[in-house]
Design a protein around this ligand. Sequence first.
Ligand SMILES: Cc1cc2nc3c(=O)[nH]c(=O)nc-3n(C[C@H](O)[C@H](O)[C@H](O)COP(=O)(O)O)c2cc1C
Length: 161
Amino acid sequence: MTFDTRHFRSALGWFATGVTIITARRSDGELIGVTANSFNSVSLDPPLVLFSLDRKAYSLAHFEDAGCFAINVLREEQEALSSLFARQGAHKFENLDYEVWETGAPVLSDTLASFDCRTRSTHDGGDHIIFLGHVVRYRSDDHGRPLLYFRGKYSRLQDIH
Ligand SMILES: Cc1cc2nc3c(=O)[nH]c(=O)nc-3n(C[C@H](O)[C@H](O)[C@H](O)COP(=O)(O)O)c2cc1C
């Protein structure tokens, strides 16, 4: 079978996901973050999660260097935040509220859930690098609705019939 990249991406787009912002603190103290829908749960015991980051991402070397990351699961009202962190480069944290837990990665305020992780391993994922993280602390809200990403667009639970 020959693979047309656009068609392959479109087939993958049938898998609806949530949207996260993945953050870390560089060794020089600068904060970094990217919007990612490649987040997934892996293991309950030990508690492991993963995401994959494009080899071309500005922040790749910084995530590798940091040795930790925080996953922030967005609410449906946080589409603008998602768009902000989908831009390339640094300086995405101005006027943003966040906390620091165990690892030093910024944990964004008012998310549906957040997971503070130490990087356990990284793996070759073709044109991406897969980060496997050990969750050392998390927070989960009791209520709320997730921002979704479906067929290349932001979506909400009530939009999908
Ligand atoms: C909904 C959504 C999901 C995304 N998921 C990923 C992802 O899982 N992995 C990735 O490398 N980029 C993903 N991106 C693209 C990055 O957010 C974008 O390339 C960003 O510029 C990376 O930041 P950086 O260049 O500062 O490292 C996604 C973008 C959007 C809008």
